[in-house]
Design a protein around this ligand. Structure first.
Ligand SMILES: [Zn+2]
Length: 428
């Protein structure tokens, strides 16, 4: 058997076919044709009633043959115009040829036998497994090819299962020689022996290189490696608070999806070059606001000078606090910079006045200790406004942070919204 070369580039809509699948079609009309129609249906091969095979387009051509066209429903997870070689079988019909579901569509024995020979050859030349030989109908919900979708063995038609069974019967598979091609084929695999790992096959080496992914190698037709993207230089997604803060890493994944799934609030997924590709916002519940007390003050990714600067603030710039401080470092949220830490020396807490409505008391309480510090923040590291004695009274709003209670108290003639250690708070 041989292939008649009627290859034309004229109507090819796009180039760069990945050649992972083979789709079987029927022409849809009673007739014989071998023209690739740009913008409409088209296939790489056409097989006539007598079994003559025409190659109408190069394998690198991407033809509009199995797409949804905005109309059909995609059924196959992977097969697309961009990775599928198409074969049109010229059919006959004894019934209503305007109805694809008519049960009297059929293929001649010659057409089907030539198709088996061609598919076997393509499987071998392009490294395509039999499981990737599909009906158009298996890719989208189009009634094509009618004889193998009706699957009713009308006249000389086989069933689709019989067709598939013949692909593995060992006959044929060689000879011919692809018309128009150079005979060269570059396959992208993890290793030459691992044919199942193939992610593409190209006649053009540059196209193969462009499609080669980390951990894969481009092999020539004899299995000689000609290009590799090493696994060692391959992609790795690391989850950290910031790229330079390697100590904060909570995971590293080859798959971006896995890294995203493992990313926690306040962390970012970085690619191998340290470029942020995904971030999970930290849930932030402000307990107050403050302003920056110095110029050029760093907001850092973690509580300490060793952590990355996220940005800088100048005197008077405002930000939020949430009480989740760490040692001398105040947890802050700054518009335009994000969530980070600032040294307490530069944090000046806002004191909302009672009239500003910043305070909503839910009850009153009494101080049970002596010389109890009333602090600007929930921690011993915060400055003190002054001290309370046993029996002093204040308001509470229900907020706590760790072992600290949020209070409003009159102190030295001023209303202060502040924090005291919860162990000295006795609610009324
Ligand atoms: Zn079709």
């Amino acid at each position: 058997m041989n292939i008649i070369n009627v290859i034309s580039d004229k109507n090819v809509p796009q180039w760069g076919n990945g050649k992972k699948f083979i789709a079987i079609h029927y022409l849809g009309v009673v007739g014989q044709n071998n023209k690739v129609e740009a913008g409409g249906y088209g296939a790489h091969y056409y097989i006539y009633w007598d079994g003559t095979i025409y190659q109408a387009a190069k394998h690198d051509a991407v033809l509009w043959q199995v797409g949804t066209a905005g109309y059909y429903t995609q059924k196959h997870p992977e097969a697309r115009n961009s990775n599928t070689i198409g074969i049109e079988l010229c059919p006959k019909c004894d019934g209503n040829a305007s109805n694809p579901s008519d049960p009297r569509w059929y293929f001649t024995k010659e057409t089907q036998e030539a198709c088996v020979w061609l598919v076997q050859k393509l499987m071998k030349d392009l490294g395509i497994p039999a499981s990737h030989v599909l009906r158009h109908y298996d890719i989208v919900n189009k009634h094509c090819p009618a004889p193998y979708v009706n699957n009713n063995k009308y006249k000389t038609s086989w069933t689709w299962e019989e067709f598939k069974a013949r692909l593995s019967d060992g006959s044929s598979g060689s000879g011919g020689g692809s018309a128009g091609g150079t005979g060269q084929m570059y396959r992208i695999r993890k290793s030459w022996a691992d044919a199942a790992s193939q992610i593409g096959a190209y006649e053009n080496l540059d196209n193969a290189k462009a499609a080669c992914k980390a951990g894969y190698t481009v092999y020539d037709k004899d299995g000689k490696a000609v290009y590799s993207v090493g696994a060692s230089s391959g992609q790795m997604y690391r989850i950290r608070k910031s790229w330079s803060d390697a100590g904060s890493q909570i995971g590293a994944y080859e798959s971006l999806e896995n890294a995203k799934a493992a990313c926690e609030a306040g962390y970012t997924v970085y690619d191998k070059d340290g470029k942020a590709v995904y971030s999970k916002a930290e849930t932030w519940k402000a307990t107050g606001t403050a302003v920056c007390g110095g110029n050029g003050v760093y907001v850092r990714s973690g509580p300490g000078k060793s952590h990355d600067p996220l940005g800088q603030l100048n005197k008077g710039q405002r930000f939020e606090i949430d009480g989740n401080d760490s040692g001398e470092w105040v947890h802050v949220k700054v518009a335009g910079i994000g969530i980070g830490y600032m040294h307490k020396d530069y944090v000046v807490y806002d004191q909302p006045t009672a009239s500003a409505g910043g305070w909503k008391a839910i009850g009153t309480a009494t101080c049970t200790g002596s010389n109890v510090n009333v602090r600007k923040g929930p921690g011993k590291s915060y400055d003190s406004y002054g001290k309370l004695g046993k029996g002093n009274r204040f308001e509470v709003d229900g907020k706590t942070s760790g072992s600290w209670t949020h209070i409003k108290v009159r102190l030295n003639g001023k209303d202060r919204i502040a924090w005291i250690s919860s162990q000295y708070v006795k609610r009324d």
